[in-house]
Design a protein around this ligand. Structure first.
Ligand SMILES: [Zn+2]
Length: 55
């Protein structure tokens, strides 16, 4: 597990605002499931993903 630069999925915008998250860990399962073409750098103002926060 390693901390990486903040990233988020463009599909977060489809979720309710309070469910949107960003990731910053390369071992995070939902983060790893985001295809490269759906990733964007940064947090976009979202909260940190719970899986990322635990690692
Ligand atoms: Zn995550």
């Amino acid at each position: 597990m390693a901390k990486v630069a903040d990233f988020y999925s463009i599909n977060e915008a489809q979720k309710p605002a309070d469910k949107r998250v960003y990731h910053n860990n390369d071992a995070c399962p939902p983060g790893r499931d985001i295809p490269a073409h759906e990733r964007r750098a940064g947090t976009n103002g979202y909260r940190l993903c719970e899986d990322c926060a635990r690692r």
